[in-house]
Design a protein around this ligand. Sequence first.
Ligand code: G3H
Length: 490
Amino acid sequence: LHQKEYLSNGFMKAWEGASHAVYSPVALAQADGSYQRKLIGSYPVCTEKEALEALDAATEAYNNGRGAWPTMGVDDRIKCVENFTRKMIAQKDTVVKLIMWEIGKSFADSVKEFDRTVEYIYATIDALKNLDRQSSKFEIEQGIIAQVRRSPLGVVLCMGPFNYPLNETFTTLIPALIMGNTILFKPPKHGTLLFYPLLDAFRDSFPEGVVNTIYGRGHAIVPALMQSGKINVLTLIGSSKVADELKKLHPKVNRLRAILGLDAKNAAIITQNADLKLSVEETVLGALSFNGQRCTALKVIFVHRSKVDAFLEELSAAVSKLKYGMPWEKGVALTPLPEPHKPAYLKECIDDAIRHGASVINEGGGTSFESFVYPAIVYPVKAEMKLYREEQFGPVIPVVPFDDLEEPIQYLIESTHGQQVSIFSQDHEEISLLIDPLVNQVSRVNINCQCQRGPDVFPFTGRKDSAEGTLSVVDALRSFSIRSLVASKF
Ligand code: G3H
């Protein structure tokens, strides 16, 4: 795939900046036995000036009066999104393959990501129809007749993450769009090419300037967008550090709405009353699905000391059965990692734990070529180790033994993260004693199952540094709109 002559539906011209070569995390064996990442395409890198022009296109499309996107009726906006979705489905094969090649996600999971996104769009359309019915009602109070509407907020800057480049970008972009906002959208650094097959669909389904795509290094183009003061909503699924830095650049930060999905260090608590087999199965899924590169992944496992030996033995056995390989291989569970710095960072975390007295208790941790890391189970992890608090976002499972349930509870109280927790226990009284203290520290408590975002109709948020605002099908429609009023005396 190569550069297109336009960047967006509001910005139809050749770009002035450079191009960026995209290498797949999939490294192929060379004749000399070495491995080399495969070059799979390139994309244009916008200049700051071009990004600001795209912002102007979005601002104009929001403000330019009757019949335009924000003032279009809900039914017409829905038709445009349905039309876009049909065109998107026609591109499924290409998009799925690009997800797989760009971020190394298994083919099966890349298909799931695509299908989940389409389901999400249709669920959003249904939810909007209901919301619109409810909010179109007239109310009469004290001599005033009023219609409460859901109105858009303005220009939304959307930035999704590399681990769900299509799905998580669209869980903000689609609700923001369908509520009548105009969009400035920067694909993730790893996961850009996969949007190319959708650019024509954006151009052909929406009025000019409504969805504007910008490419390039975030740090080079996004600060100017924020400093312009013309971004009304910042939506980012990524790191809390980046979100905080970007927010500070906005001249009226207090007026900026931010819908953010950020860092997390979700814990599992495996009590002395846990079902061991179930705890192991869910830990494997929770900690290693897509190589642990999920914000919802289980990133630290607290195990009651009475169970820890059996747990480690069964966990090692389960991990050793996972198939690693190339993303297109059938039944593959572990695949190459797209972030070039990640293998070295994970090694640093493991070495740090070993220096402080822990061991890798399976045969994990090594790499076979620069982008592949075998899953490592590290035990016993203690407070002084990086793995205790840092979000590893990769295939490393830190296991912490505990004697008293107060220890993991205290861990969560002291944590700067507050997304989810999983409790494993077969004792109902024990579970109910844990729920209340934990649900006040995180935004979702899972009982006898891994942490996860879905089903997508459930609210998805977090406390502390883990989120701002709430996503999900209905919550997102609310997050990207305000309740406005048309009122008259009668
Ligand atoms: O990376 C963060 C995602 O929201 C995780 O979603 O729990 O469906 O894998 P998931």
